[in-house]
Design a protein around this ligand. Structure first.
Ligand SMILES: [Zn+2]
Length: 80
């Protein structure tokens, strides 16, 4: 067990996220599928942000469904 909290920079602010819930990137075409999958697989409604608001680091900014440029980031912010 580690006490290290996973954070991601959203809108310039270091934001803690639930690391057991994934960060997903989607285009506008697949956002509905991604939202449904997130709820179905992780039993939680994700928080969504515009791709430009999130510092993705090593995560590719392309849609994880189709590989087109991503528009929306889905993740689960702690305390939201
Ligand atoms: Zn897509």
């Amino acid at each position: 067990m580690t006490n290290k909290v996973k954070t991601i920079v959203i809108q310039g602010k270091e934001t803690p996220i639930h690391e057991e819930h994934p960060i997903r990137v989607s285009c506008m075409e697949h956002i509905d599928v991604e939202l449904d999958d997130y709820v179905n697989y992780h039993d939680v409604a994700p928080d969504t942000f515009a791709i430009g608001d999130v510092e993705l680091g090593e995560i590719a900014s392309t849609c994880m469904e189709c590989g087109q440029p991503g528009k929306v980031v889905l993740l689960h912010v702690k305390g939201m």
